[in-house]
Write a protein that binds this ligand. Structure first.
Ligand SMILES: [Zn+2]
Length: 56
């Protein structure tokens, strides 16, 4: 499930699979659905990421 975190005062939605963060929840959901289905990232989605967050 996509998790919402605060980063530099902005909301970031994080894919639970690959930990890429996005500013909009829809893209994060697309990423997570793709990651779960294909067991890998979709570059056309992750290129929209604002960064990859570690799990800490
Ligand atoms: Zn992902």
């Amino acid at each position: 499930m996509v998790s919402k975190v605060l980063r530099d005062g902005l909301s970031v939605y994080v894919c639970d699979r690959c930990r890429h963060g996005y500013h909009d929840a829809v893209t994060a959901e697309r990423c997570e659905t793709w990651c779960r289905t294909h067991q890998k990232c979709n570059v056309s989605i992750t290129e929209k990421a604002v960064g990859q967050l570690d799990t800490s």
